[in-house]
Design a protein around this ligand. Sequence first.
Ligand SMILES: [Zn+2]
Ligand SMILES: [Zn+2]
Length: 347
Amino acid sequence: MTTVAAYAAPAAKAPLERTTIERRAVGEFDVLIDIKFAGICHSDIHQARDGWRPGTFPMVPGHEIAGVVSEVGPGVTKYAVGDRVGVGCMVDSCRECDNCKAGLEQYCSGGGPVWTYNGTGKDGQPTYGGYSQKIVVDQDYVVRIPDGLSLDVAAPLLCAGITTYSPLRHWNAGPGKKVAVVGLGGLGHVGVKLAHALGAEVTVLSQSLRKKDDGLKLGADHYYATSDPKTFEELAGTFDLILNTVSAPLDFAPYFSLLRTDGSMVNVGLPEEPVQIVLQTLFGNRRSVSSSGIGGIAETQEMLDFCAEHGVGAEIELISAEEINDAYERVLSSDVRYRFVIDTATI
Ligand SMILES: [Zn+2]
Ligand SMILES: [Zn+2]
């Protein structure tokens, strides 16, 4: 066991504070990672504040982890000391179910994946995330960060990147396809960069035109305000795919009307309350609505390699650990361009 400095929420809705946690000894197939950067994901706030389900406290959030391997177990073959690596939302899964075998570990049906924090490890102990200086992870749930990507801008790709990349790939975003990204926040801004790099024609649908210049710089071809009813008239029947990154509940019907025949609206932001869908708004054009959660380990590696090749990183604001609580408030008021990343040396 190693004692490690961390930032934790001692109880639901309590401010995060500095503490220490124990990391397990490095096992046969484990790597010890010196965490350099940890992104702040909106879901960290949902969980630290019990938005989705009762959490386990103290809670050390953080599932956008970038760092350097500092020790490996005797059975480790994939990584060596000094390698630049990342860890995303999960640190293990059953490895035996159909989903795990198909590289869809995030949908593990053998009890679900072991989440990086606010979960229970196979040793029965609570898992603690990236707002800490070190983490021990099985090599099979670690990904390599290519040399072309800086660790700080790579960190948010471990959740925001794969959460948008996986549905863009699954629903075939690419040349000749019209893709809309709803919301230009932590997820949305990466979604725009990725959809553009994949070759799709990209439209941002945002509440206002406040971030229009940014959106176009990030790679959007068009930018519309959803507060303007004319947007919905002008874009009716346009999109093959709408990627909704907003976690606040939406009135879905106007968005469905923007889909062409067989178009899909995929939701990766999760509202805390149930949403209502009127099926008639899908019926007329065989439209689909669905949701998608992160991506598998192999796909996460594919995403990082794609990002390195296409020069895609997150736009970040680097903060020290003592700024985490303020950063949470700023995320909730959409006052970040576009992802907070903690310099974990300051923990
Ligand atoms: Zn996340
Ligand atoms: Zn499984």
